[in-house]
Design a protein around this ligand. Structure first.
Ligand code: NAD
Length: 440
C-alpha cells in the first residue's frame, strides 16, 4: 500500500519507518528541510532505540522515501497527519500545524484517499478537519482517526506490537483499508477496534490522563510516606501485586514531563471547560505534578538552607525519562531554574539529551552561564556538592559509589528516581535523600 506520513517527529518517523518495515511503500514529509536532509543521508534526527537500523534497511530496500514536498500524497491510498499539537497559551491543543498540513494534503488528494489523523487531537477535531479539507478539494475522501499509543524510548517496539490499534471512522470501506494496513501488526491477536471518530479522539486523552493520574497518585502517596516513615518502595510492592491495580506507572519520581502528558492533561481540562464541566481528578493530577517538580528542590533546601550561593549540583540525566533525547517539560528544567534561582550552578550529564537540554535552557536568561555539560558521568561530579538523579537511565542504576564519593565535595545524593538501595548507599557513607523512602 502507498502511504504518506506528514511530520517526521517521534510519531511520524517511527510510524512511517515501521509501515515500510512491514512492506508498505512510504513517503515521509516534513517542512523542516534539515530533518529531511538528515533522513536522506540515512541519519535519524531523533534518538529512538532500533530506529536507525530500520531506517537504513528500508531506505536501501526502496520502500522509504523522504521529501519536503507533498507530491507523494497524490498517489497515496492513506495519508497520516502526525504533526505536533502543542499547548496553546490557554492550555488548549494548538491545531495550527494540523490545519496547515490538512490544507496542503487537500490540494494533492486523489479520489478515495483516506486522510488519517494520527496526532492527538481534542474530541471534535475530526469534524473540523473533514470540513476544512472538503472546502479545499472536490475529491472524495475519508477522514479517519488513528491515535498513537507508542512510548518514546520504546517507540519502535510499541508500534510493532501495539496493545491495541484504534480506528475512528464513519465508513466500513475505510476501516477495511486500515485493517489491511495494520494486518501484520495485529496478527498475534492484538485487537484493532473500530469506533466513532469522536470516541477515538477521546480514547487517547482518557488513556494519557489516566496514566498521568497514576503517576501523580503514587507521587502523592510517596510524599505522605515521607511524613509518616512508611516506605514507598514497600508500599508499591504491597499494592501493585493486586491485579486490579497493576505495577505499571507506579514509580515515584520528580514529576511527569515529556511532550504528551502535560499538554494532554491541560487540553482535556480545557475541553471539559468548553462544555461547562470541571474535571476535578485531572485538575488535581496536574496540581500534584506541579508540586512534585519542586519536591527534590525542597529536600535540597532542607539540607543546605535557602541560600545555595556557591553550591554546585550535578544532574545525572536531563531527558524527561530514560531512553529518549526528548527534554520537553522535563523535571530537569524546573529543578535547574529553582536551584540557579537560589544561587547554585549545575553540572549535567546525559547519554543523549544534553544538546536538546542546553538548547531548551537557553531561553531562560537567569540560567545563562550557570549550566555546564560533561561527556562522562563521573567527570560531571568533580567539585560538586551533591548528585541529583533526574532520569532513570540504566547506566545510573549501578554506579561505582566509591568513585562518586571521591569526586563529590561531600557524599550527598538526592535520588529523584529512587534508583538506589537505601542501606547500600548509607553503608557507602552517603547522606541519602529519595522520594518517599524510609531513611533513618
Ligand atoms: P514532533 O514535534 O516530534 O514532530 C512533529 C513534526 O511535524 C516536526 O518534525 C515538524 O517539523 C513537522 N511539521 C509541522 N508542520 C508540518 C507540516 N505542515 N507539514 C509537514 N511537517 C510538519 O511531534 P511528535 O512528538 O511526533 O507528536 C506528534 C503528535 O503525536 C502529537 O499530536 C502528539 O501529541 C502525538 N503523540 C506523541 C507521542 C510521543 O511520544 N511523542 C505519542 C503519542 C502521540
Amino acid at each position: 500500500m502507498k502511504v504518506s506520513v506528514i511530520g517526521t517527529g517521534y510519531v511520524g518517523l517511527v510510524s512511517g519507518t515501521c509501515f515500510a518495515e512491514i512492506g508498505h511503500d512510504v513517503t515521509c514529509i516534513d517542512i523542516d528541510p534539515k530533518k529531511i536532509e538528515m533522513l536522506k543521508a540515512h541519519k535519524s534526527p531523533i534518538y529512538e532505540p532500533g530506529l536507525t537500523e530500520l531506517l537504513e534497511r528500508n531506505i536501501k530496500a526502496g520502500r522509504l522515501h523522504f521529501s519536503t514536498g507533498y507530491e507523494s500524497v497524490a498517489s497515496a491510498q492513506s495519508i497520516f497527519l502526525a504533526v505536533g499539537t502543542p499547548s496553546a497559551d490557554d492550555g488548549r491543543a494548538d491545531l495550527k500545524y494540523l490545519r496547515a498540513a490538512a490544507e496542503a494534503v487537500a490540494k494533492n488528494l486523489t479520489d478515495g484517499a483516506i486522510v488519517v489523523i494520527k496526532s492527538t487531537v481534542p474530541v471534535g477535531t475530526s469534524v473540523e478537519i473533514r470540513k476544512l479539507i472538503a472546502e479545499k478539494t472536490t475529491k472524495k475522501f475519508h477522514l479517519v482517526n488513528n491515535p498513537e499509543f507508542l512510548k518514546e524510548g520504546s517507540a519502535v517496539e510499541d508500534f510493532m506490537r501495539p496493545d491495541r490499534v484504534i480506528i475512528g471512522h464513519q465508513d466500513a470501506g475505510a476501516m477495511k483499508v486500515m485493517e489491511e494496513l495494520y494486518a501484520p501488526l495485529v496478527r498475534q491477536g492484538n485487537p484493532i477496534y473500530g469506533m466513532s471518530n469522536l470516541s477515538a479522539e477521546m480514547s487517547k486523552y482518557a488513556a494519557n490522563c489516566f496514566l498521568a493520574t497514576k503517576i501523580s497518585f503514587i507521587n502523592e502517596i510517596a510524599r505522605l510516606c515521607d511524613l509518616t516513615n512508611a516506605d514507598i518502595e514497600e508500599v508499591r510492592k504491597g499494592i501493585s501485586s493486586d491485579k486490579r491495580i497493576g505495577g505499571h506507572f507506579l514509580y515515584p519520581g520528580p514529576g511527569y514531563g515529556g511532550s504528551c502528558f502535560p499538554k494532554d492533561v491541560k487540553a482535556l481540562v480545557a475541553t471539559a471547560e468548553d462544555y461547562g464541566m470541571d474535571l476535578k481528578i485531572i485538575n488535581a493530577t496536574e496540581e500534584v505534578n506541579d508540586e512534585q517538580k519542586s519536591y527534590v528542590f525542597s529536600k535540597v533546601k532542607k539540607h543546605y538552607g535557602d541560600n545555595l550561593t556557591g553550591k554546585v549540583f550535578t544532574f545525572w540525566g536531563v531527558a524527561f525519562k530514560a531512553n529518549t533525547d526528548d527534554v520537553r517539560e522535563t523535571a530537569a528544567i524546573a529543578m535547574a531554574r529553582k536551584l540557579i534561582g537560589a544561587g547554585a550552578t549545575i553540572n549535567i550529564f546525559d547519554p543523549v539529551a544534553t544538546e536538546n537540554y542546553l538548547h531548551e535552557m537557553s531561553q531562560y536568561k537567569e540560567c545563562e552561564g550557570k549550566i555546564k555539560a560533561f561527556d562522562n558521568k563521573y567527570d560531571a561530579l568533580k567539585g560538586s556538592d551533591a548528585l541529583i538523579t533526574v532520569t532513570e537511565w540504566r547506566e545510573f542504576t549501578t554506579p561505582d559509589f566509591g568513585e562518586i564519593k571521591a569526586k563529590l565535595n561531600k557524599p550527598v545524593i538526592f535520588d529523584g528516581r529512587n534508583l538506589y538501595d537505601t542501606k547500600k548507599v548509607q553503608a557507602e557513607g552517603f547522606t541519602y535523600y529519595a522520594i518517599g523512602k524510609f531513611i533513618k
